[in-house]
Ligand binder design. Sequence first.
Ligand code: AQP
Length: 345
Amino acid sequence: MAQFKELVFSGVQPTGNLHLGNYLGAIVKFVELQKSHDCIYCVVDLHAITVPQDPVQLTSSIREVTAAFIACGIDPKAHIIFNQSQVPEHAELAWVFNCVARLGWLNRMTQFKEKAGKDRENASVGLYAYPALMAADILVYRATHVPVGEDQKQHLELSRDIAQKFNNDFSESITRTGFGDAFFPLPEPLIQGPATRVMSLRDGTKKMSKSDPSDYSRINLTDDADAIAQKVRKAKTDPEPLPSEEEGLKPRPEADNLVGIYAALSGTTKAAVLQEFGGAQFSTFKSALVDLSVARLGPIGAEMKKLTGDPAYIDSVLADGSERAGAIARKTMDAVKDILGFIRH
Ligand code: AQP
């Protein structure tokens, strides 16, 4: 198999209410990976419109995610931050991938089933084809590593299947056009750490999510100290004290979730947290969690507020990032056209 230069790509949807799950499951890793890799981070606005969006709200959500990236520590000069719709090659390659992916593959996607719900006939075609666009997002940069939360694992596997099928279906043409034995890398998901699936604060069996109608189910990155304290104190728990071993968390999803959040926020493991808090009552543990959350998230929320107060700056970051991302994407798309046999000048 051909060797590919390591490159990191990931995206976040501008669908409002950016929360602790997005932060710990994805953005924290985006920040870490900057040290070791070239990184491209995308505000995936084309994905956002797979469900209805208010245009005015969408504009401000795009700026809010961009602000969150910068406030969390992503350097838009050393790396690339941009919004997807400014690089048309994402949609162009997605069409090619719609023709590579099989209906049977998409029919297995659990996220579509969950998001479409019972009224599947009324879901948009875009929501169904979403994973092919996600594959295009990654592969238009021929990215090799993709930091995501656990919920995106199945989509990443589909991206690998699409890359593999493209490489197989067009192998002769890929060799003829000078790209060796494979044009696309098989992108690797990076799903690591104690908080790859942060759960709702109201129900430890449900994922923390932007669209949960209860604001008490999630900690938003823009929540102030009072809101964070209230939400953590009201978080559902059980009457038992915390266990001393990780094994003891298994039948206790809410306890498991809060310990995972604490571990991720303090950069340690669940086992280490239980060493410190094993046998403690939730009231003690929750106070410590409030302090830790406020210390970690407070400065991010404040910086986001400052940045979103200067939309011209945010838009200039996106324009610059889109230009640099577009230059890479155009090269890939030209090569894809040659491989497919399209005529271009
Ligand atoms: N609860 C979570 N725990 C860990 N990681 C999570 N991610 C999302 N929720 C959690 C990760 O955050 C990144 C960006 O997610 P997204 O905005 O692109 O899409 P999403 O998964 O649809 O986010 P939500 O909050 O769940 O939105 P809704 O409510 O619309 O479904 C991804 O890497 C994701 O894994």
